[in-house]
Ligand binder design. Structure first.
Ligand SMILES: CC(C)(COP(=O)(O)OP(=O)(O)OC[C@H]1O[C@@H](n2cnc3c(N)ncnc32)[C@H](O)[C@@H]1OP(=O)(O)O)[C@@H](O)C(=O)NCCC(=O)NCCS
Length: 124
């Protein structure tokens, strides 16, 4: 089983985004940005997605290779789903990872993400 978890302080993340206006575009896909900006408090949703990308990097054991190769999209019910592409998908394939499962949560102060996947490789 592959597993990764990450936690981000929302206030700190909001300040980083405010200081570096291009960061959101560099780290988040258009769909992710549109989702976060549609919310009352975008920073916590951005922070949760940043945590999700870090959690995928941990689950795969490589860290984040390319931010936008890891995308979080919510289904109609609101359930978050994560997909990988490019070099990240290749790493997942080599790790024998099955579909990546994601759960997110946020409070006023922090956002957390956990990612799990079955692995076909016994030594992972
Ligand atoms: C889904 C639900 C449990 C979220 O709980 P919450 O305490 O309000 O909020 P949290 O901060 O813990 O979690 C928020 C995250 O839950 C996730 N989420 C939302 N709907 C979800 C769903 N149907 N299933 C799984 N995860 C969901 C989202 O990722 C959301 O973060 P995001 O908007 O940044 O993507 C709550 O909105 C709820 O009870 N909804 C109605 C019932 C429902 O759909 N339940 C399904 C899960 S038990």
């Amino acid at each position: 089983m592959l597993v990764g978890i990450d936690i981000i302080e929302n206030g700190r993340f909001a300040r980083v985004l405010a200081r570096r206006p291009r960061l959101a575009e560099r780290v988040f896909t258009r769909r992710e940005r549109e989702y976060c900006l549609s919310k009352r408090a975008p920073a916590r949703h951005y922070a949760a997605r940043f945590a999700a990308k870090e959690a995928v990097g941990k689950a795969l054991g490589t860290g984040v290779i390319s931010w936008k190769e890891i995308e979080v999209v919510n289904s109609g019910s609101g359930r978050p789903q994560v997909s990988v592409s490019g070099a990240t998908a290749e790493v997942a394939r080599r790790a024998g990872a099955g579909p990546l499962e994601l759960s997110l949560s946020h409070s006023d102060s922090v956002s957390v993400a956990i990612v799990v996947a079955k692995s076909g490789n016994l030594n992972m």
